[in-house]
Design a protein around this ligand. Structure first.
Ligand SMILES: *Cc1c(COP(=O)(O)O)cnc(C)c1O
Length: 366
């Protein structure tokens, strides 16, 4: 068959191990997944109440334009309805952008320690991938700018970045955007924007008005706690949305997912409370790292990537045996580190106690 040649070298995305599988494998009653940056507090209680009383007709196709959710998002951000595109998660939007703008002969620029879907999708389309080393876990926007040439089609800035959790400064970002050539498309992936608490952070929404070669990506999967419903969205000028929309599958959000996203969006108190609890949890991790002299990236998200001074695959497996699923740095591109989703108070405390034991066993702590 006439497969795309690049598929012969590719593997499917390897997600964090499912909880049930780990329970079975290690004979555990309780397993906590701190691997995929889901919200440990779930979603707004209003979502649960709605789901118990839902009477939607699931025999009919959903509204492919997601009109009601679109209206709510437009009002929430003060943007026009035609400045929005809905995706089956922002993963879907990454694929749509890639399909629209990448093909053999063009290249795409991104940080080397960033979200794997950028290069995964680019490779499928046969575009050249240019991974630019980060500077202490932060996007090196100057180096990324230098990597751009006449054949560059898309530049990806994950902000805050997954897996390091770091934010680029507004100064650096605005200087970067001013210098990116106008025929190069910039994706600002802001999957964790709701967690940002850096006092120097400045709202990025206005950038889409300033530039017609830019899209902001956001999602209901992380802070909103709706990962299983698969709803993400992009904000860009209407002419950009009009180019991307034909690439989108006609019914890429379900009836239920559109409704629960509306309900979750309306409950900003829930988001504020999660942000507050996340801050407390982050401090538990930072205190652990400081106590043990382990380097960590300053996180503006609901996860922390930190040094363990041991083989991250070994530590990953040892933690799994003890009922905690995390991501090993080796799997993400930085051996000797792990990435851990910030859980509830109790989960964090128990996890750090187990980690201390594992690292002691590994001879990291004398
Ligand atoms: C989780 C994540 C996404 C994908 O989120 P979905 O909306 O669930 O597809 C996109 N970008 C980054 C950086 C993420 O961490």
């Amino acid at each position: 068959m006439k497969w795309k040649q690049q598929l012969f070298d590719m593997k499917a995305y390897k997600p964090g191990k499912p909880i049930d599988e780990v329970k079975k494998e290690f004979g555990l009653d309780e397993v906590v997944k701190l691997a995929s940056n889901e919200n440990p507090f779930g979603s707004s209680p209003r979502v649960k109440a709605f789901l118990q009383s839902d009477k939607s007709n699931h025999a009919i196709y959903p509204d492919g334009y997601a009109q009601n959710l679109r209206t709510d998002l437009a009002n929430f951000y003060g943007v026009a309805e035609n400045e929005l595109i809905l995706g089956n998660g922002s993963d879907d939007l990454i694929a749509i952008i890639t399909r629209a703008l990448l093909y053999p002969g063009v290249n795409t620029v991104m940080a080397d320690l960033s979200f794997s879907q950028y290069w995964h999708n680019a490779e499928i389309e046969g575009a050249e991938v240019r991974k630019i080393p980060m500077k202490e876990g932060v996007h090196d926007l100057d180096a990324m700018l230098e990597a751009i040439d006449d054949q560059t089609s898309v530049v990806w800035v994950c902000n805050p970045n997954n897996p390091t959790g770091t934010l680029v400064s507004d100064e650096a970002l605005s200087a970067f955007l001013a210098k990116v050539p106008s025929d190069v498309f910039v994706v600002l992936d802001e999957a964790y924007i709701e967690y940002v608490n850096d006092p120097s952070y400045k709202d990025t929404l206005h950038y889409f008005r300033d530039y017609n070669n830019l899209i902001l990506l956001r999602t209901f999967s992380k802070a909103y706690g709706l990962a299983s419903f698969r709803v993400g969205y992009g904000i860009a000028q209407a002419e950009v949305i009009a180019k991307l929309d034909p690439v989108r599958a006609p019914f890429n959000n379900t009836i239920l997912s559109q409704k629960v996203a509306q309900i979750a969006l309306a409950d900003q108190d829930f988001i504020a409370s999660c942000r507050e609890q996340n801050e407390k949890g982050k401090k538990q991790y930072e205190a652990f790292c400081e106590k043990h002299g382990l380097k960590y990236f300053p996180s503006q998200t609901n996860f922390v990537m930190f040094e363990i001074k041991a083989d991250s695959e070994v530590v990953f497996k040892e933690l799994m045996k003890r009922g905690f699923i995390i991501r090993s740095g080796a799997a993400l591109g930085l051996d000797g580190y792990i990435r851990v989703t910030i859980g509830t108070d109790a989960q964090n405390a128990k996890f750090l106690q187990q980690l201390e034991e594992v690292l002691t066993e590994q001879g990291v702590f004398a």
